[in-house]
Design a protein around this ligand. Structure first.
Ligand code: SF4
Length: 462
């Protein structure tokens, strides 16, 4: 029976990473959902402990090491290890984190098994909704400086978990409506996962030719039509469909292949704008604006204007938890907010104008080329997250900043090469309308090169 499941697609060669082995990994994950559930609930327990406990403990000294206090350890784990690790894993392997480990996914699916089971409303099905939520959450977490304070982390990350639980209690029957339609993080993960080298491949001919009676439908948590699965975009990589009808298999593909083979009708304008203004612009601003000299100038000007006006979240935090960690001045909050939003607008518009020029004014082609920037932008984002890890280590007395320029150089060059190679394949795939390839590729490489320079020479976080 298991042998039959393994023979799905023609394959070549053997070895540890052979297609057959990779397919067997998918099948093993499908068979051991019981173990995966235990892993998921263990992660939920650790996650809730690290999220809630530091709030009720005395505040850690600002120079405390990673292992000197629970709050500092939780900060290092959430922002220093988890965030860069998840970004890189999405970019290289796809959304396995979401399907196998994410505590919000576990909670929402559990709630959905016991909830009201309502139909997903039309407003929730708007495709750009998660991206809009992501912008709000990112701006808000910088407004209150959520990275350095336990109550602020609880407010942002815990608040998101509560919303996922509530969504599960109201919508779907044992499904992950939250992950598919609302999760703010998934908006970015779904872009990064298009570059991944692993995906669940569906052989439509085998699916349709499966012997009758057909096995019962796949329990796909994000409600995907597995038979028509062609993209990593919404696939949580939970592996429950692996081996179904002997037509679904975890498979290798070339890095960036899904983007390089995009068809014109698969290019969405709102998504291309999301890549330019959010994945590139907003996240660059969020990571690097606070370290820029302009931030200090804006802060000084706003402090003169606002005096000592407090932000209400800090007051609530002080009253509720007796914690001081949250950003407490209106000038600081406004300087962060305006600077990040301004950086997003400026960078997104410049990159968009460059791509439009590269595509000789063809909007569809410019949109497709925006997708080819995802590898560079994803690596730039991962580098920014790693820089946050370095700053956490430095605050604890372990100064490793010397590695930063080399880390950036290696990452940025890899991202640049990946993006340019993807754009080259994409232009070939599109057979380059009106023969603009000779101009389009060098012009795209120039835009990507400028973006790579922006990541390489970005201000270091404070
Ligand atoms: S298609 Fe659905 S069931 Fe299959 S791996 Fe993706 S999320 Fe899981």
């Amino acid at each position: 029976m298991e042998q039959e499941q393994v023979i799905v697609f023609p394959r070549r060669g053997g070895g540890r990473f052979s297609p057959m082995r990779i397919q067997a990994v998918g099948d093993a994950l499908q068979r051991r959902q019981d173990l995966i559930r235990k892993l998921q609930w263990s992660i939920v327990a650790v996650y809730l402990f690290l999220l809630v406990a530091p709030v009720f403990l005395p505040e850690a000294d600002s120079r405390a090491g990673v292992f000197d206090s629970l709050a500092r350890f939780a900060e290092a784990l959430f922002w220093g290890a988890w965030w860069p690790g998840v970004i890189l894993s999405m970019l290289i392997f796809g959304q396995f984190w979401c399907g196998l480990m994410c505590p919000d996914g576990t909670l929402t699916e559990f709630a959905s098994r016991h909830g009201r089971g309502l139909k997903v409303p039309a407003w929730m099905r708007k495709p750009a909704l998660p991206l809009v939520f992501f912008c709000f959450v990112t701006l808000y977490e910088h407004l209150i400086d959520a990275f350095r304070s336990a109550p602020a982390t609880l407010l942002v990350i815990g608040g998101t978990s509560c919303l996922s639980l509530i969504t599960g209690l109201i919508y779907g029957r044992g499904k992950r409506v939250w992950c598919r339609f609302v999760c703010p993080g998934a908006s970015i993960f779904s872009l990064l996962a298009r570059c991944a080298v692993l995906h669940f491949k569906v052989d439509r001919a085998r699916w349709d030719a499966a012997p009758r009676p057909a096995p019962s439908a796949v329990d796909c948590p994000p409600l995907l039509d597995v038979r028509r699965l062609r993209s990593n975009e919404k696939c949580n990589m939970c592996s429950r469909c692996s081996g179904h009808r002997q037509a679904v298999a975890l498979s290798w593909r070339a890095p960036g292949e899904e983007i390089a083979t995009l068809e014109p009708d698969e290019v969405r304008n709102w998504e291309a704008a999301g890549i330019l203004y959010v994945l590139i612009g907003l996240l660059y601003g969020a990571v690097h604006w606070p370290g820029s000299p302009w931030h200090q100038q804006a802060l000084a000007a706003l402090q003169q204007w606002s005096g000592e006006a407090p932000v209400w979240q800090a007051e609530v935090s002080r009253w509720l938890f007796r914690h001081e960690g949250m950003r407490s001045d209106l000038a600081g909050a406004l300087a962060a907010l305006l600077g990040i939003a301004g950086t997003a607008l400026a960078l997104g518009t410049l990159a968009g104008a460059g791509l439009l020029m590269a595509a000789s004014g063809r909007q569809k082609l410019a949109g497709a080329l925006a997708y080819a920037l995802i590898p560079l932008a994803g690596i730039g984002l991962a580098l920014g997250a790693m820089e946050h890890s370095l700053s956490i280590l430095a605050r604890g007395g372990m100064n490793a900043w010397a590695v930063l320029p080399w880390l950036r150089l290696a990452g940025v060059l890899a991202g640049l090469a990946w993006s340019v190679a993807t754009a080259r394949r994409l232009l070939r795939h599109w057979r380059d309308p009106a023969g603009c390839r000779k101009f389009a590729l060098p012009a795209f490489a120039a835009v990507a090169g400028l973006l790579a320079a922006a990541y390489q020479f970005a201000p270091v976080p404070a």
